[in-house]
Design a protein around this ligand. Structure first.
Ligand code: NAD
Ligand code: TYD
Length: 366
């Protein structure tokens, strides 16, 4: 197992990043964690307020596209690993306005790769070239790029995405993530840079911005607002509890083979309409409302442009090689998630208050 002295985490104020930063900070007290995040509408320091005074943790507000900032941070902290989660992450926003996705997800990742490569070669000498077939790459350093299963495109009724499935991204979001995966892999093959990549299915849990399906529906059921289901609600997603993803990221960072890709998934497929109905049951029960009282809120709306039909992950490689399996059942994970949102209505109101929306509009237009 590798160990690191100084890790740069990007996007650690967002949904998944906050769970990852908390885990790394608490579990590895000897490792310094620097969290670089631009605090866009999706980033919120309250997500990690419990660790802000930890001795081995520091926050830096900044843009991953800012090379000078990255160079200075590498000089100051001498990072030996990068865990890269910062991204624009919502498909609907990417359809409305792809520009920010291309900038952050593609150019930002390219900037991080370039600065990390230059710093590590300067500090530790050249990487061994991957083309020699040597597995003895320079493992003092790891650049870990966190990606999505959406790069593989859309499945029909059968089959699963594996690590060898051809890329076929179909939304501006997934195309931008596919581009960054390709650039990261190119740095491994061309320069022998030690890169690991994981492609994960849809996450759910505490602190997810209520634009994504599960927190949006929880919020609207509570507020008795309509529940917009795209098309017929027959699209299928494979849901994974965010703590299970954070655990997989921890394992891959410390034990993943250099140059490797790992698919991560929940073995937990739900059609959107079935999931929304299930959420209604759970939320209504928690709020002690009569059974079925929110059923009428379901509203079928115009389908998303280019809506991918089905995502489902074959996670056998990470199970075989690193012993990872999801540990939370969907029933319990969803119950915990609903409870978290009910107990954190202040957080919910703050993040949708428009403060973050204004930031987004100022920078990227409506
Ligand atoms: P999120 O939108 O909740 O958080 C993204 C974070 O990145 C925010 O804190 C934001 O402020 C920050 N950020 C955005 N642009 C930045 C920039 N230019 N510079 C610095 N920071 C910036 O996203 P998430 O759902 O937590 O996803 C995190 C990562 O995991 C992304 O790379 C995403 O593609 C990937 N992923 C997400 C899911 C999912 O279901 N949410 C599934 C698989 C993979
Ligand atoms: P989302 O949470 O945006 O994740 P992704 O598009 O990355 O899979 O959406 C999950 C599914 O839910 C997707 O099929 C689109 C659908 N959806 C709705 O039907 N209504 C909504 O309001 C949202 C946000 C999503």
């Amino acid at each position: 197992m590798r160990s690191f002295k100084n890790i740069l985490v990007t996007g650690g104020a967002g949904f998944i990043g906050s769970h990852v930063v908390r885990r790394l900070t608490n579990k590895y007290p000897e490792t310094n964690i620097v969290n670089l995040d631009l605090l866009t509408y999706a980033g919120n320091l309250e997500n990690i307020s419990d660790i802000e005074h930890s001795e081995n943790y520091a926050f830096v507000k900044g843009n991953i596209c800012d090379r000078d900032l990255l160079i200075n941070l590498f000089k100051k902290h001498n990072f030996d690993a990068v865990v890269h989660l910062a991204a624009e992450s919502h498909v609907d926003r990417s359809i409305a306005n792809p520009g920010a996705f291309l900038e952050t997800n593609i150019l930002g990742t390219a900037a991080l790769l370039e600065v990390a490569k230059a710093h590590w070669i300067h500090e530790n000498g050249a990487f061994k070239n991957a083309e020699t077939g040597s597995t003895n790459h320079n493992l003092k350093n790891v650049f870990y790029h966190i990606s999505t299963d959406e790069v593989y495109g859309s499945l029909g009724e059968e089959g699963l995405f594996s690590e060898t499935t051809s890329y076929d991204p179909r939304s501006p979001y997934s195309a931008s993530k596919a581009s960054s995966d390709h650039i990261a892999r190119a740095y491994h093959h061309t320069y022998g840079m030690p890169i690991v990549i994981s492609n994960c299915s849809n996450n759910y849990g505490a602190n997810q911005f209520p634009e994504k399906l599960i927190p949006l529906m929880i919020k609207n059921i509570c507020d008795q607002k309509s529940l917009p289901v795209y098309g017929q609600g027959l699209n299928v997603r494979d849901w994974l509890y965010v703590e299970d993803h954070a655990n997989a990221i921890d394992l891959i960072l410390h034990q993943g083979a250099s140059g490797s890709t790992y698919n991560i998934g929940g073995l937990n497929e739900w059609s959107n309409i079935d999931l929304v109905k299930y959420l209604i049951q759970v939320v209504d029960e928690k709020l002690q409302r009569p059974k079925g009282s929110s059923d009428g809120l379901i509203t079928f709306v115009k389908d998303r442009a280019g809506h991918d039909h089905r995502y489902a992950i074959d996670a056998s490689k990470i199970e075989r090689e690193l012993g990872w399996k999801p540990s939370e059942t969907f029933e319990v994970g969803l119950e915990k998630t609903v409870t978290w949102y009910l107990e954190n209505s202040e957080w919910l109101n703050k993040v949708v208050s428009g403060e973050y929306e204004k930031y987004y509009e100022q920078h990227y237009g409506k």
